[in-house]
Design a protein around this ligand. Structure first.
Ligand code: PMP
Length: 439
């Protein structure tokens, strides 16, 4: 049995050798040493059922041998060379994305290494194509951690710069706790219409997550992005769909944009495409791609190992029909959470598509919500279930498991969550002051 230094030492080293921006969940974060499909194992051998999949990354399961076999095969044959020479996996992958999966007329792909880099490239492409400088983005979106992608990130906790980028205008998102979603979506459209009427010809693009992930799993009404796209088109502003979290079956369609039956001008991808191996990409139409014609290359973008892995991921998604499975299991998960909502009034809302589902917790006192959410996460972890959290107030339980999650695990997790919500909702002290509101 290998010996590990243990979570306390890992944390200590993080504190000593990392930047203070390093971030983790849990009072006592587990040290994960192994993964196997929907399971993660910590340094003591304790098993966890993973309902977060490394934030929607490991859609095909941890260390899935159908995929790792292909990764290792490529790793031992040709690991890396430069795009100055020709390699096959990256062109095969681009061809496959264009012919089988990308929405609308999106046919050309540029490979890079992460979500941030994909969005950065997409924003640059929009500037090159439109010869305009400014961007539109939604409040509480998250698009990355590089200079420009942080500039279009509307989620305050993920902005580490104190100065808002002067080239970015934020539009209210199609959601507001205090409002009906349809009304919030209409308000968002009205704000967009007004900004475009004022200075529509200054914007290169609007970047949106078709379903906001970190912002709290926000699903707009089906008409919303169609309306956004139509408005943007009037002013020659491109629509960039950030599908970094939603892509590759997560929401029950290959891409979330497929739900809305429109194609963006540019789509960005990362996370699940590599199932844990780093890869990013942005794709667009022939006409828009034509504007990016000066020499540009990424050292590792489209490297044979990542490209071969991504193709194995696509094969596995097909073979196991994971897109349909995501829709089916997501429905079961949402129904189960809605049933819990009837019993536990602290669940204020259940929302999502496919296996991207959020349950918003609201105690009635905003200041208690985040602590309560943490307590639920901690108790779930204790009982062997890892779930995520997100949302502006960090009070949304996030369920984004590998798409291969066995059906019975969903039901078991729901009954464990039922117990946890019954027991761990309030501390004794809080319970005293809230007698009768919830149990
Ligand atoms: N866009 C979205 C929607 C994301 O969720 C994330 C990461 N959580 C990113 C972009 C940034 O991706 P990366 O961390 O790979 O740079």
């Amino acid at each position: 049995h290998p010996t590990y230094i243990g979570p306390d030492k890992v944390l200590e080293k993080r504190k000593q050798y990392f930047f203070p921006c390093t971030h983790h969940f849990y009072q006592d974060p587990p040290q994960i040493v192994q993964g196997s499909m929907h399971k993660l194992i910590d340094h003591t051998g304790k098993e966890y059922t993973d309902f977060f999949a490394g934030v929607s990354v490991v859609a095909c399961g941890h260390c899935n041998e159908h995929i790792t076999t292909k990764t290792i095969e490529q790793l031992t044959k040709l690991q890396h060379t430069t795009t100055i020479y020709l390699t096959e996996p990256m062109v095969e992958l681009a061809e496959r994305l264009a012919n089988d999966y990308l929405p609308g007329e999106l046919k050309r792909t540029f490979f890079c290494n992460s979500g941030s880099e994909a969005n950065e490239g997409a924003l640059l492409l929009a500037r090159l194509h439109t010869k305009r400088k400014d961007f539109l983005a939604l409040e509480y979106g998250l698009h990355g951690r590089t200079f420009l992608t942080m500039g279009v990130t509307g989620m305050p906790m993920w902005r580490t710069d104190d100065y808002l980028d002067p080239h970015v205008t934020f539009i209210p998102r199609p959601y507001d706790e205090e409002m009906d979603t349809e009304d919030a979506a209409h308000r968002s459209i009205a704000a967009l219409r007004q900004v475009l009427a004022e200075k529509g010809d200054t914007f290169a693009a609007m970047i949106v997550e078709p379903i906001q992930g970190n912002g709290g799993i926000i699903v707009p009404p089906d008409w919303y992005l169609r309306e956004v796209k139509a408005l943007l088109s009037e002013y020659g502003v491109l629509l960039i769909a950030d599908e970094i979290q939603t892509g590759f079956g997560r929401t029950g369609r290959m891409f979330a944009m497929d739900h809305y039956e429109i194609a963006p001008d540019i789509i960005t991808m990362a996370k699940a495409l590599g199932n844990g191996v780093p890869i990013g990409a942005f794709a667009t139409t022939d006409a828009i791609a034509a504007s990016f014609n000066r020499p540009s290359a990424s050292t590792f973008g489209g490297n044979p190992v990542s490209a071969a892995t991504a193709m194995a991921v696509l094969d596995y998604i097909e073979q196991e029909q994971l897109v349909a499975r995501s829709a089916e299991l997501g429905g079961q998960l949402k129904d189960g959470l809605r049933a819990l909502q009837v019993k536990h009034s602290v669940i204020a809302d259940v929302r999502g598509k496919g296996l991207m589902v959020g349950a918003e917790l609201n105690t009635g006192e905003a200041s208690l919500n985040a602590a309560l959410t943490d307590r639920v996460l901690e108790s779930m972890k204790h009982r062997g279930y890892l779930i995520g959290k997100n949302g502006v107030g960090r009070n949304v339980l996030a369920f984004q498991p590998p798409l291969i999650m066995p059906e019975d695990e969903i039901q078991t997790m729901l009954s464990v969550l039922d117990e946890v919500l019954s027991e761990a909702v309030y501390t004794d002290e809080e319970r005293g002051s809230k007698d009768g509101r919830d149990s």
